[in-house]
Design a protein around this ligand. Structure first.
Ligand SMILES: [Ca+2]
Ligand SMILES: [Ca+2]
Ligand SMILES: [Ca+2]
Length: 123
């Protein structure tokens, strides 16, 4: 026959085991949480089947997220000469989407290096 102390210890162990199980389940429990679009809750802006959590180009416009001024708004075919995700000119649809055009100053910063060298060598 078990003593009350033994019963209490057993009960505490069972409760701790249940709490650990619940905690591990809530944290993902080591399941493959990195698979593409593993759950419907993961956003896939460009609908290419790769969730934004691991997609390197969320809007699918060819400008990688790390370089894209608007990573969740596609260029939609607009010309982006310097490839920063900010179009050279922003039409009404572009502005309605929340984007802005490249400013002349930021475009000037993107001059090809060769042109800059030619200018300094001529002085
Ligand atoms: Ca995607
Ligand atoms: Ca992009
Ligand atoms: Ca641009």
């Amino acid at each position: 026959m078990q003593s009350n102390k033994t019963l209490l210890t057993s009960s505490v162990l069972i409760i701790v085991t249940i709490l650990i199980t619940i905690f591990l389940t809530a944290c993902g429990g080591g399941s493959s949480s990195s698979s593409p679009a593993a759950t419907a809750a993961i956003l896939d802006t460009d609908g290419d089947g790769v969730g934004n959590n691991i997609d390197t180009d969320d809007d699918g416009d060819g400008v990688l997220d790390v370089d894209d001024a608007f990573p969740l708004i596609t260029l939609g075919g607009l010309t982006d000469t310097d490839g920063d995700g900010r179009p050279n000119a922003c039409d009404a649809a572009c502005q309605a989407a929340g984007m802005t055009a490249d400013t002349p100053s930021s475009a000037a910063l993107q001059l090809p290096t060769s042109l800059v060298i030619l200018k300094t060598e001529g002085e």
